[in-house]
Design a protein around this ligand. Sequence first.
Ligand code: NAD
Ligand code: UDX
Length: 450
Amino acid sequence: MNKNIVCIGAGYIGGPTMAVIAKMNPDRKVMVVDINAERIAAWNSEDYSLPIYEPGLVDVVKEVRGKNLFFSTDIEGAVKECDIIFVGVNTPTKMFGKGAGRASDLQYWEATAREIKRFAENDKIIVEKSTLPVRTAAAMEAILNDHAEYRFTVLSNPEFLAEGTAIKDLLEPDRVLIGGPQAECGLCAIQEVVDIYAAWVAKEKILTTNVWSAELTKLAANAFLAQRVSSINAIAGLCEATGADVDEVARVVGADKRIGPKFLKAGPGFGGSCFKKDVLNLVYLCESFGLHTAAEYWMGVIKMNDHQQERIVSRLFKEMFNTLANKKVALFGFAFKADTGDTRETPAGTVARLLADEHVRITITDPKALSNAKHDLSDIGDVVYEEDEYRAANGADAIVLMTDWRHYPTLDWQKIYDSMRKPALVFDTRNCLDAEQLRKIGFKVLNVGK
Ligand code: NAD
Ligand code: UDX
C-alpha cells in the first residue's frame, strides 16, 4: 500500500512540491503542516489567494486540494498518520553566536525533529527537503534515535526548483536526488522515496547517493550557479570600462558547449533566499574544516555580488551630476526575479537602501511584490509604492529597472518619457528594454556591462 506523506513547512518549497507530488500520486494522501496558522489559512482559502505567487500553482492546488492534498496546523495528527515525513522548514543564515553571518540556523530543523520524535507512534522515514549543511542528517538521527522506541531513517532529498518556474521544474526536473544510508534499512527507505518520484520522473533521472553527498551537492549546485552570475558581472564592469558589450561576450562565451549559455546574464546581482545563504554556508563549512583558501574563493562570489549593487548606485550618481538628494527615482520591479513576489535578498532592496542614504525620493512599482517591499523597507520612511508604472514614473528624474518583468518592454515609453523631469534617465539593470528605441524617444540610457 502507498504510504501517506506529510511535509512540515508550508513555504515556497513545501507548498508547491507537495502539490505536485499529490497531483502525480493520486493514490497517496499528502499533507502539508505548518505552525503559521495564517499561512495555512491562505493555502486553504476558498478564493485560492495562496500565500505565494507561482505560475501554474493555483491550477495544481485546485485539482488536488481536498482530494488527496490537505493543509493543516495539526502537526501532531499528521506525524502520527504519515510514515514518510518531509521537512521543508526554513534554514536561514544564523545571525548570532558561533558562525554568525555564515552558518545555517538549524533551530527550526531541530525543533521539528524533536516534535516528530514526541508524536511518532511507529517507524518513520524522515526526508530532508530543506537545504542543510553536510552531516546534518547525522545530528538529526542522533536526536531522533536517542532512546527511541521507533526507528527513524533520515534521507536527504534536496530541492532544485527555482522560483517563478517551480511547477515546471517539479514536473520536468533535470534530476531528482535522494541520498540515504547505504545499509539495508537505508536502501529500503531510499526506494520508498524513489517510488514517489517514479510516478512521473524517468528512472534515469532519479539519482541516489549517500546522505553526505546529497547534502553537499545541493550547496555545490547553488554555489556553481551563483559563481556564474558573479563571473559575468565581473566581466560586465570591464565591458563598461572598455567599450565591450557584455551580452555579446556572454553569447559567444556561452556558445562553447563546455560552458553553455545559461546563467550568463549580467544584471544587478543575484538575489533570492538561496544563493547567498547557501554560498555562505559553504564558506562556513570550508572554514570549519580548515580549507581557508577554498572559503576565500567562495566568499569572492558574494563580494562580487554585493559590489554589483554598489556599482549601480555609483554609476547613477555620476550620471546624475554627482548629486541624488531630493531627486525622484522610480524602481521598476522589486522582486528578486520575474514571476515571483519573493523579495528575499533582492538586489532592489540594497539599491533602495543605498538611494535612501543619498536622500533620494524613492517610488517603487512591482506587479507582485509591493506588499513584501513595504514590509522590507518599513524602516525607511517616505518611500512611495505604486501599482501603476505610469504613476510611478510621473515626475521622476530616473527609472531604475531592477526586475525583468515581461511586460516592461511593452509599456508606452513615450508616455513615460513625457511625464518625467528632463533630462530623463533609464538605468536598465537587466538589459531587457530596447535601448535604441528609448534613445530615439529622448531618454539617456544606462545598461549593465555596456
Ligand atoms: P519558507 O520560509 O517559505 O517556509 C518555511 C516554513 O516552515 C514557514 O512557513 C514556517 O512557518 C515553517 N516552520 C518553521 N518551523 C516550523 C516548525 N517547527 N513546525 C512547522 N512548521 C515550521 O522557506 P522556503 O523558501 O520554503 O525554504 C525552506 C527550505 O527549502 C530552506 O532550507 C531553503 O534553503 C530550501 N529551498 C528553498 C528553495 C526556494 O526556492 N525557496 C529552493 C530550494 C531549497
Ligand atoms: C535558485 C536555484 O536556481 C535553484 O536550483 C535552487 O533550488 C534555489 O535557488 P532561485 O533563487 O529561485 O533558484 O532563482 P534563479 O533563477 O536561480 O535566480 C537566482 C538569482 O540569480 C536571481 O536574482 C536572478 O535574477 C539571478 N540571475 C540568474 C542572474 O542575474 N543572471 C542569470 O543569468 C541567472
